[in-house]
Design a protein around this ligand. Sequence first.
Ligand code: PRP
Length: 215
Amino acid sequence: MTAEASEPLTLALPKGRLMEQVLQFFEQFGFYFRISRRSLTTTDSQGRLKLILVKNTDLPVYVSHGIAGLGICGTDVLYESSAEFFELHTFAFGSTRMCLACRADHEPGADRRQLAVATKFSRFTHDFFHARGIPVQVIRLNGSVELAPVLGLAPYIVDLVETGTTLRANNLKITEDLAEIRVKLVCNPAYYKLHYRRVNELLGAIQGVSNHERA
Ligand code: PRP
């Protein structure tokens, strides 16, 4: 980092499983963070980068308001937010699938003229099926969407599938694989203009590790 760097760059990071992968990734180019149990901000051991730990759906809000200049999160969350960011990098880790799923004993097909879908990803679901000319009724939930087909709220869900464990545990099956979800480094455009030198240094370090992993 250059000598003019006084304040650390700010990076929003979602709490949860992605956070652990990001912290391990950053250690590979010398950024070490200590995260105490209840703390929601932390700065690396050399004072170059401050992490702001947020709920993943709130991350675009913090970055679009410039509270965090940078953010790392999935394209699922970015799409739902509809905010404009510079996408600086796509990470190799953290990819998941956005899937349509239903009860294992449900016969898909007959009800495809109007899908009723429970999901956290209402914008994605609406746009995906409308682009294919399939009318869709979207029932917006904030989590545990697997309950919806089990309890009869909606026959279908659109949700992220990583290992498939949650679907299996609730006796659900994938009907269709809709999209690949990737993890991105994004930047607030105004923040980039102000801090492009240091942001590009950080980006160079990230790309260096990514290229090394690919080789
Ligand atoms: C996500 C997703 C599924 C689960 C899939 O939920 O919404 O519920 O992970 O992962 P699996 O295929 O490995 O089982 P998350 O853990 O983010 O919690 P949430 O549903 O409460 O948001």
